[in-house]
Structures are given as C-alpha cells and as structure tokens.
Design a protein around this ligand. Structure first.
Ligand code: NAP
Length: 682
C-alpha cells in the first residue's frame, strides 16, 4: 500500500515507488512512502488561503466543539488503530498512551478551550495596564491566530499522540496544520488522518498530510508560519538553521531527546514502599514502548549505600519481562520500531559500556514469545552500572533510544543535584522519596534543568500518572538538550500558535476590540434594570447605578451576631484603633458585599438565573459606621455556553462611599438566560 498525502483536501500519491516500510515484528512490508512530486508551495498556500480563514470564522468554543466531535469519532473507531499499531512493535499497553492518550489530549483541549477561553475570536492576556494618570489611555495584551500554517514534524515513537497533541492546540488556536509524521510509522498516522477527514468534521484546508520528505516546503515559510518539531537534537538543530527559518524568524518549537533522571531519595531504603515504587517505576519506564520514549528514565540516581540493592531488584524485575510478539497477551515488551533502530541502540550500548558495566541484558541471547529474532527488531532490556558517574561523560550524553538505563550512585544530596544537571536539560525528572524536605531541596536544585518533575511517595503513588507521561494540562518540553521548547500545558499550548500583541488606546476602544468592558469605558444606560435583559439583549457596558445605603453600628452588631464573625476589628473600638489599618470599628468585608448585592439586584423572576461566584474581590477602603455605600454594576463580559440556554455574564462591581472613594471592587459572575430559554420559562 502506497501511503497517501493529503494535499489541498485531496488524497494524492507521491511519484515513484517510494521507500518500503516494514513491520517491526515480522520484517514484512507494511506500506511504501513517498512525497516526491508534491507542490509544497501550493500546500502552504492552501493552508493559508483556505484552512486559516475557515478556522478563524469559528470562535474558540466552536473549535472546542469540533475537537470534541473529532475525539469522539476517533474513540468510536479506535480498534482499527490498535490493530495496526502492533506493526510498530507496540503492545496493547504501549499503544494505549499513543491512541487513547492522543484522543484524551484532544478531549482535554476541547474542554479547556470551552472553559478557559472566551466564546470569541480574540484571547485577552492578563488584565488592563494603567498607562496614564486620568485613565484615558490604557494597555492590554491580546492573542490572535497567526495567519500562516503550523508545520508539525513528528517522531516515530508516537504516531498518534505525537500528531494529536500538536493538532489539538493548533486547531483550537484557529491555525491550519501541515503534518509530517516520521516515515517509519507513518502508516498509522495516515490511517488516523484518513478517518478524521472521512468524518467531515474538519473544515477544508485545516489539515494536510505529507508522508515522506518535506521537499522545498521550508523555502516558502514566512513569519506567520510556525514549526513544532519532535525528534532528535541533530535534526532540530539542522532545521532551526534553515536560512528561511532564520531570515523570517519562523517560530520554532523543538522537543528533542533527553537523558532523563530519576532520583531515589536517601530515605527510600529497601523495605520501604518508596523503594518498591522506584523499582516498579524504573522497570516500567525502561520497558514500556520498549524504552522508545523521549521521557523514559535513562539515568537511575541511587544512594551509593543501596546502589547494589537497586541493581539487584531491577535485574530481578527486568528478568520477569516477557519479550516478543506485541500482539500476544503473554508479552510485556514488544519490538523496537525497526531493525535499523535496534542496531542503533546496540551501538549506543557499546558507547555506554566504555564507562559503565552491563549488569543485566546486553545480549542477543534471550527468549522470545511468538516471534522470530531474525525478522523482528527485538532488544533485551539492558541495565548498566557506572561506578564513577561524576567523572563520566557518555552516561550523561549518549541516548540509547530503547530499553536501556544506567545506575549512577550518589553520596549526598548535593552530588545527586550535580549528577542530575549533567544531563544538560531534560524533559522529565522524578524523585521518589517520602521526605518532603529532601524533595524540596532536590526540586530547587534541579528544576531549572527540567520541563516537568514528578515527586512520588506512598501517598500519591496509586493515582500518580508516573514519570514518563506528558499530560495535556501540563507543559511538555525542556531546556537545553531537550530542545528548549514547550508544548501543551493547557491554554499555554494554544498560545504558541498565536501572536501576542500589546494594544494601547482609550478604555472604550479597547473594550470594543476585546469584548471586555474596562473601567473608564462608556457606561451605557440600558433603559431598564440590566437584570431584566436576556443574554442577547445585554450589551457590554450596560450599567446600573444603585441608590445609597448607610451602614450603622447596629448593622455591624447584627451581622456579627448572625454570622458568628466577632473579629475584634468589627467589635472592639479600642482594639480596632490599635490596628494600623483602622481608626475604630469597621464593617465586615462580607457585610459590604452583602449590602452591595441588596443594592444592585432586581428581585423579580427574570433572565438572570444564578450567581455562581465572585472574582478578584478586593476591599480597598475601610467602611466605618455612618458611611453611605452605593454600587456601580457594569456588564463586563459575555460568554455564551453552547446550546445550554444560558450564557455567563461577568459584571464589574464597584462599591463607593459618600466621598466617592472606592471601598470594594470585584467581578460578579452570573448565568443569564438566552432569548429562547427565557421565552420558554417566563
Ligand atoms: P529524527 O530522525 O530527528 O526525526 C524526527 C522527525 O524529523 C521525523 O519526522 C523525520 O522524518 C523528520 N526529519 C528528518 N530530517 C528532516 C528534514 N531534513 N526535514 C524535515 N524533516 C526531517 O528523530 P527520530 O529518530 O524519528 O526520533 C527519535 C528521537 O526523537 C529520539 O532522540 C527521541 O528522544 C526524540 N523524541 C523526542 C520527543 C519529545 O517529545 N521531546 C518525543 C519522541 C521522540 P523522517 O522519519 O521521514 O526522516
């Protein structure tokens, strides 16, 4: 089967016979791959002229809905992906993070997009910056989608997750993607893309696929394009130095290899739950995906006093691993992605052996379940021990991308930190300890060299996602050798595909641009109490101004007695005056907020359905008895919640006293019925 290229919304074959891709298990051909003859400039142009505009028409919420539909569709048909995944050498357990993990990443982005981003086309970054004394000139950072294409270049080890973890934030950002999977496992990516396109969920031009080389694609890139690369450091460096990437300042995110470490804390001696957890975690990291994970533990940092116990326990656990046909239920570890990959790992073990002794594995003489060692790319888990890790180089720099790891003994916490740093930048690090002081020392000593760190002890182990699993909510990436890039991390991952712009102007101008009312912008007279208006009828800037109400000493006494809040600042004149903030008894903050609600609500049954919270509440000026309070409530931001029949309305509330001094400021969060819903219930 010749893999298809998805070009300008059509499946086309590349010229020539192409390269033969073989099964990692049987060595038999699975597909051929070529992108020769494709018009790469036209691919880029299609993304920009068709994909970008069709995605940018949608709001973040609509794009989130699209991701959810896509994830559901893939989930319904995932059996087919699991079946083909076996050919990559993956067991069912290995395929789970790739296939289910990729789909769940899409679900997470869908939900984050709908919950944490506005139902709009512009994303506001942080609050308003006051730039002038009178407040007539203010600043706001915004994010808008880049107007080019996102080029995704993926590694062979996660043909599904690798694609989906980049695609989800890209589409959510409103940017079309051009996907280039690693050749050796591209057949699985191609199948998934085919199924996504067949679903009809994606707008035209939003996704294109290149199976094979990228031709002269890079020669046509502009500053509006982005590249998200996953693979080896060598390839990343080469691509980053492409003249066009340099001259056009094309945003380049690199996720490369790393010599990830895991530290066993000094407290975690044999017999403790942490020691057992460590052995389990390292064994799992060495053998899942046959060690072909960029986050896998390569360096095992163990206290010198128990390094021999660690070697013994790991050797025993690795000895239990059954290697062979990944399709067989008996098998714990499948094959590497190709025979070439296996030869490469063998060579790297030879490099490591110059400094470290092989203490387990390292031989071709091992038992295989239901497989032929001459045809498949099988490799025995291999453990090394390095006696003098501080003065060694290879153990901190040679990545054997397979089930290979080295035990590095340390004598003190400072030494463990030094060893961790010798990896020169990693994607993931872990610490297994039940001593939180040790955990803090190690994290502060090594975090700057890591993109993610997981600390595991008996209290969190059962629910821990483990050392090697990148999560859609958390950033994935790392400094130095790991590429210096960052992906995912929830909404952060979406913003990589957007441009941040600082806009400056009058509060009214910025309110109109950002669809969020800013203090100092126009306060519109809604004609009626704004609580009488439906979601659609409400306009940003609709303002209600209350009458005033005096706060009496009786009110304060009553509130204290009613709530039980008898804090001295409200109850004891003399003690309150000794407090640097007050001159005597003051009203409770929550009394102010409660009185404010009494002043601004419209009590009758109406479109406002519920108050679901308050944000950014600040008490600015103390309220003394005898003061008179009034409230200004302005409709600040509206977020329609799909077809739910309501939307969220955020109100800017400001409570002032008789001298117009601001006593409290906050956002009131309400749910307001849509026209349709209100008509059906009124
Ligand atoms: P690789 O050889 O660097 O290839 C990575 C990707 O780059 C593949 O899609 C490859 O395509 C493509 N590529 C190679 N040369 C290219 C060129 N001149 N122009 C455009 N694209 C080009 O790495 P790999 O061997 O596939 O992957 C293994 C490495 O990736 C390991 O070192 C591992 O640590 C790292 N990795 C990192 C992460 C992470 O998240 N940080 C995840 C997985 C793997 P072809 O396959 O067609 O050559």
């Amino acid at each position: 089967m010749k893999l298809g290229n998805l070009v300008q919304d059509q499946w086309v074959e590349g010229d020539g016979d192409g390269r033969i891709l073989t099964s990692a298990v049987t060595g038999e051909p699975v597909a051929t791959i070529t992108s020769d003859g494709l018009d790469f400039a036209a691919i880029l142009d299609h993304a920009k002229s068709v994909g970008g505009p069709s995605l940018r028409k949608l709001t973040f919420h609509e794009r989130g809905d699209m991701l959810k539909a896509l994830a559901k569709h893939l989930n319904d048909i995932k059996k087919e992906f699991y079946a083909l995944s076996t050919q990559t050498g993956a067991t069912r357990r290995d395929s789970w993070p790739d296939i289910d993990g990729g789909i769940s990443t899409m679900f997470v982005f869908s939900s984050k997009g709908r919950r944490e981003m506005p139902n709009d086309h512009v994303y506001l970054d942080g609050g308003v910056e006051q730039l002038s004394r009178e407040g007539t000139f203010v600043g706001q950072h915004i994010f808008t989608p880049k107007l080019g294409a996102a080029i995704h270049i993926n590694a062979f080890n996660f043909p599904c997750w690798g694609m989906l973890e980049k695609l989800a934030p890209t589409l959510l950002a409103g940017v079309p993607a051009i996907i280039k999977p690693a050749s050796s496992t591209a057949y699985l990516t191609e199948l998934m893309v085919r199924r996504m396109i067949e679903s009809g969920i994606l707008p035209p031009g939003s996704v294109q696929l290149i199976c094979g080389g990228v031709g002269d694609l890079f020669d046509h890139l502009t500053c509006q394009d982005t590249i998200a690369f996953t693979g080896s450091k060598t390839t990343a460096e080469m691509l980053q130095l492409h003249p066009r990437v340099v001259s056009e300042s094309v945003a380049f995110t690199a996720e490369t290899d790393s010599l990830n470490m895991s530290i066993l804390g000094p407290d975690a001696t044999p017999g403790t739950p942490e020691f057992d957890l460590y052995i389990k975690e390292v064994t799992n990291e060495m053998t899942s995906k046959a060690g072909q994970k960029c986050t896998a533990i390569r360096r095992i940092l163990a206290p010198s006093a128990i390094a021999a116990d660690v070697v013994r326990a790991l050797s025993s656990a690795l000895g239990e691993i059954r290697i062979g046909n990944p399709g067989s239920k008996e098998v714990d570890m499948g094959a590497l992605a190709s025979q070439g990959q296996r030869d490469e790992v063998r060579e790297r073990v030879t490099d490591l052996s110059a400094e470290a002794e092989v203490v387990f594995g390292g031989t071709d003489d091992f038992e295989l379940v239901d497989a032929d060692s001459t045809k498949g790319a099988f490799f025995m888990p291999t453990l090394l021990h390095c006696e003098k890790p501080l003065s060694s180089k290879a153990v901190h720099s040679v990545e054997a991308f397979g089930p290979v790891s080295t035990v590095l003994p340390y004598d003190s916490i400072d030494e463990a930190i030094e060893l961790a740093k010798l990896g020169e930048g990693s994607l993931a690090g872990s610490i297994i300890t039940n001593d939180n002081a040790v955990a803090r020392e190690l994290v502060l000593g090594t975090a700057a060299y890591h993109g993610r760190m997981v600390i595991i002890n008996r209290h969190c182990a059962a629910e821990s996602t483990g050392h090697g699993s990148p999560l859609a909510h958390l950033v994935h990436g790392g400094p130095g050798r790991a590429g210096g890039g960052e992906e995912m991390g929830g909404v952060r991952g979406v913003l990589h595909y957007m441009q941040r712009t600082a806009i400056q102007g009058s509060p009214e101008t910025l309110s109109v641009i950002g669809h969020r009312w800013i203090r100092g912008a126009d306060q519109k007279d809604p004609g009626v109490h704004p609580f009488r208006k439906t979601f659609e009828q409400l306009e940003i800037g609709d303002t209600f101004k209350s009458k005033s109400r005096e706060v009496t000493l009786d009110d304060i006494d009553h509130f204290a007695e009613f709530t039980g809040d008898n804090f001295y600042a409200h109850m004891d004149e003399e003690a309150a005056a000794r407090n640097p903030f007050f001159e005597g008894r003051v009203a409770h903050g929550y009394l102010i907020v409660s009185f404010a609600a009494g002043l601004f609500v419209d009590p009758d049954f109406g479109p406002v359905l519920a108050n679901y919270g308050v944000d950014d509440l600040r008490f600015i000026q103390p309220v003394n008895y005898g003061d008179s309070l009034k409230v200004r409530l302005a409709c600040k931001q509206k977020t329609l919640r799909g077809d739910s029949g309501y939307g969220e309305v955020r109100w800017d509330a400001e409570v002032t006293n008789q001298d117009d001094e601001i006593c409290a400021q906050y956002d009131v969060l309400t749910m307001v019925a849509t026209d349709e819903h209100w008509e059906s219930v009124r």
